[in-house]
Each structure stands twice: as structure tokens, then as C-alpha cells.
Design a protein around this ligand. Structure first.
Ligand code: HEM
Ligand SMILES: CCOc1cccc(C(=O)O)c1
Length: 402
């Protein structure tokens, strides 16, 4: 029995462009309008169905059978359109293709596997904070949010030193490419072949140190846990998703503490609060704002039937600030339990690198908590527009020494 398609006149329609500069600059008003309009809103501009409430976003994320990733998790539908690069074996794959790559990466990036990096990353964070403390004012984005991940992550992957400057622009483009082909995508297009060539070349076995995340992916192929053809694509996943996300996650947590000084004192009093602080910042800012899915069958969501083959757009950031799920959702509050937030996704595709991100954040925040009494905003933060990422280009700060 097919459910009745959405009854005429009951499905709210919104003609906004969520990827337009005004909404990328200040997304909250559109998120609130979409949440208030209903559980499902038809976005006429892109002929997709928007989910902005926590309940529907969570339900779609955990329903990988009816809402697949294999047709792409951006606006482009791989059933009809050629992807800009060979699809990810994790992000853009459904079971069973998704299974072995995920199992391999989950083991390599799991909390136990990361314990070997803890001491080094904490020492690197202390050294970085020592260096920047001397400056009276600094831009927290290049000086901390970018500098720390770029100091520790490429080494942890086992990347050679040359060419690492390609990582941020490549990842930034990959996240723009999930959106429409607007100027954020077309302006970067001339550089993509160079960035992509470097990234693809670093995924080859002979470019990777044996003991890094990359070398361990190849070793898993030697053990037959995935094929040698899959190995470079799994390494590519790390290079695509592993840098820009943590850069903007760290920028978000620094921005949160600079705008909520009382919360910083809580971390000063109890540095163990650094980990939950990062998750609260990921909920509050949602560095990854949106992802799409494709309906594999007519699927009922919030009283509306999403027709087979159509795309839904999940507003993770709107769900993370849904007053139906969170008290005082717009407040960064270390007193809350942020677990259940969808800033790392949920279910089958939930971020496989979340423990890497948390360890980076714990290392940097612990080093800051020891040495910095207050993080003071000394100017307006400047946004970096991206079709998927909530990103800062600049965060003017003064670090008041403890
Ligand atoms: C603050 C930092 C990060 C945020 C906010 C973030 C967010 C996300 C989200 C929302 C998803 C789900 C995608 C979906 O449901 O379609 C995801 C998946 C993924 N993330 Fe992260 N991520 C972060 C850091 C990382 C890092 C450091 C890595 C690699 C070391 C990474 C690698 C991946 C990969 C490979 C997937 C696909 C997993 C799968 O499909 O099974 N991410 N991430
Ligand atoms: C943060 C979402 O995770 C991603 C993003 C971009 C690419 C990939 C990949 O698997 O190549 C994963």
C-alpha cells in the first residue's frame, strides 16, 4: 500500500537558497524558519526536502536503508550525475560496500589506537601555546585552530612534508562541492586538478610512513581486510575529512570560550571538562552544517512521503539548536550533557574520525587551560563561507596569561 503523497497544501514550501551568502553568513534565522514551518519543508529552489528538526534529522541519519549515501551526500545525485571525483568508500557508500572500509578505519582511528599519540599531541599543544602566549594579540584561526591540526595530523597520517599546503584548500573544496555549483565551487575549479593530483598521489603506499594511519590502512589490505584497490581511497577519506573539520571545530570552541568567558573558568577549574566542552562546541556551532541523502523508496517522514529517488537535506546545525530537544539551545553551556548531538552525524555513517578530533581538542584546550586565564575577543570574527562547513577565516583574540 503506497502512502498518500503529501496532500496538496499541507507540505510547507520555502523558496530560500540555504547556500546563498546571506544564509552562509548568518544561518540561524533560516534554520528557525524551517524548524517552525514543519517536520518536512519542500525547498523549491533545489527541489529537495529539508529536515531541520532534531527528531526528523536523527530519524533520517539512522535510517540508512531508506535514506542512502550511495547516490552522494551532496546535492548532486550520482544516479544521474558524474561525481567530481571517484566516490568515497565510506561517506558515499552503502552497505555492503561501506562495511570493510569502515571496519578498517574505525580500528585505526579508534580511542585505543589513538592512545599512542596522546603524549606527543599534548606536548605539541603545550609547545604551540608557549609560542603564541608571547604575542599580545593573535588571530586564533591561523595561530591555533589551523596551526595545531596541521602540526599533528599530517604526521599522524604519515604524510611526506612537501605539499601539505594543499590539504586545507582541497578539503575546503570537497565540502563546497556537496552544495550547488555556486561561485564557492566555480571560483576554486581552476586549482582543483593540482590539489586533487597531490592528494591522490599521497594515498599511494610508497608515499606513506609505515606506522601512520595511512600505512596502517595499507597493512590492513595486506591482511586481506580490504583490497589494495580500496586502500588509497580510504587514505583519501582521511585527507579530505580530517583537516578542515578539526580546524573549524577548534575555531568554534575558541570562539565559544571567547564569547562565554564564564565557561572558560569551568575548564580552568577542571581541565577534564575539555572533552565535553568540545562536544558542546560541536553542537553549538556544528562545523559540518548539512548533508543530503537519497530516498531508496517512498519514505514517510513527519507525515510527508519523500518519493523514491529524491534528495533530503538534513540541517544538522538546525537540529543541534532545536528547542524541542535542547534547553536554551543557542547558549554554549558546559553544564549541559551534549551527548546525542548530530554534529558528528549519527548511526552507520557517524564520524569515524570523531576520536581524532576530540583528542586534538583535548590536547589544545588542556594546554590553554593551564596557561591562559581568559580568551578575550578583540574584534569581530570573520566568517569563511562554505556550502557545508561553518568556518571562521579570522578570530581576533587576546590570551590573558594565567
Ligand atoms: C570537528 C571535527 C569533525 C566533524 C564536525 C565531523 C563531522 C562528520 C559528520 C557530520 C559525518 C557524517 C557524514 C554523514 O552522515 O554523511 C562525518 C563522517 C566522517 N568523518 Fe568526520 N568530522 C570531523 C572530524 C573528522 C576527522 C578528524 C576525520 C578523519 C580523521 C573524519 C573522517 C570522517 C569520515 C571518513 C566520515 C565518513 C564515515 C562513514 O561514512 O562511515 N572526520 N564526520
Ligand atoms: C566530515 C564528513 O566526512 C567526509 C567528508 C568528505 C569526504 C569524506 C570521505 O570519506 O572522503 C568524508
Amino acid at each position: 500500500m503506497t502512502e498518500t503523497l503529501h496532500r496538496a497544501g499541507t507540505l510547507p514550501v520555502n523558496d530560500a537558497d540555504p547556500f546563498a551568502p546571506e544564509h552562509l553568513e548568518t544561518p540561524e534565522p533560516l534554520h528557525a524558519a524551517l524548524r517552525d514551518a514543519g517536520p518536512v519543508v519542500y525547498l523549491a529552489r533545489y527541489d529537495v526536502y529539508a529536515l531541520a528538526r532534531y527528531e526528523q534529522v536523527h530519524a533520517a541519519l539512522v535510517n540508512w536503508q531508506d535514506f542512502q549515501s550511495g547516490a552522494g551526500v551532496g546535492l548532486s545525485n550520482f544516479r544521474y550525475e558524474k561525481p567530481w571525483r571517484p566516490p568515497s568508500l565510506l561517506l558515499e557508500a552503502d552497505p555492503p560496500r561501506h562495511d570493510a572500509p569502515r571496519r578498517v578505519l574505525a580500528a585505526i582511528l579508534g580511542p585505543r589506537a589513538l592512545r599512542r599519540l596522546r603524549q606527543t599531541w599534548f606536548a605539541e599543544a603545550e609547545a604551540l601555546v608557549e609560542r603564541v602566549l608571547g604575542e599580545r594579540e593573535l588571530d586564533g584561526v591561523p595561530a591555533l585552530a589551523e596551526a595545531f591540526p596541521l602540526r599533528v595530523f599530517p604526521d599522524a597520517v604519515g604524510l611526506q612534508r612537501e605539499g601539505r599546503q594543499n590539504l586545507l584548500p582541497y578539503g575546503n573544496f570537497a565540502f563546497n562541492a556537496f552544495g550547488p555549483a555556486n561561485s564557492l565551487v566555480t571560483d576554486a575549479a581552476p586549482h582543483v586538478p593540482e590539489w586533487a593530483a597531490w592528494v591522490d598521489a599521497q594515498c599511494a603506499r610508497d608515499r606513506l610512513g609505515p606506522d601512520g594511519f595511512g600505512g596502517r590502512i595499507w597493512a590492513a589490505a595486506d591482511r586481506g581486510e580490504l583490497t589494495h584497490e580500496q586502500a588509497p581511497l580510504v587514505v583519501r577519506s582521511l585527507l579530505t575529512a580530517g583537516v578542515d573539520t578539526t580546524v573549524h571545530g577548534l575555531a568554534a570552541v575558541l570562539h565559544a570560550f571567547a564569547t562565554h568567558p564564564g565557561q572558560w573558568q569551568r575548564v580552568r577549574d577542571n581541565p577534564a571538562a575539555a572533552r565535553v566542552a568540545f562536544d558542546e562546541a560541536v553542537r553549538w556551532a556544528s562545523p559540518v552544517q548539512t548533508f543530503f541523502r537519497t530516498a531508496t523508496t517512498d519514505t514517510l517522514v513527519g507525515g510527508t512521503t519523500i518519493p523514491e529517488g529524491r534528495k533530503i537535506l538534513m540541517f544538522l546545525a538546525a537540529a543541534n539548536r532545536d528547542p524541542r530537544r535542547w534547553e536554551r539551545p543557542d547558549t554554549f553551556d558546559l553544564g549541559r550533557d551534549p551527548s546525542g548531538h548530530v554534529g558528528f552525524g549519527m548511526g552507520l555513517h557517524q564520524c569515524v574520525g570523531q576520536h581524532v578530533a576530540r583528542l586534538e581538542a583535548e590536547a589544545l584546550l588542556t594546554a590553554l587551560a593551564r596557561r591562559v586565564r581568559r580568551l578575550e575577543l578583540t574584534g569581530e570574527p570573520v566568517r569563511q563561507h562554505n556550502n557545508t562547513l561553518r568556518a571562521l577565516r579570522s578570530l581576533p583574540l587576546r590570551l590573558h596569561p594565567a
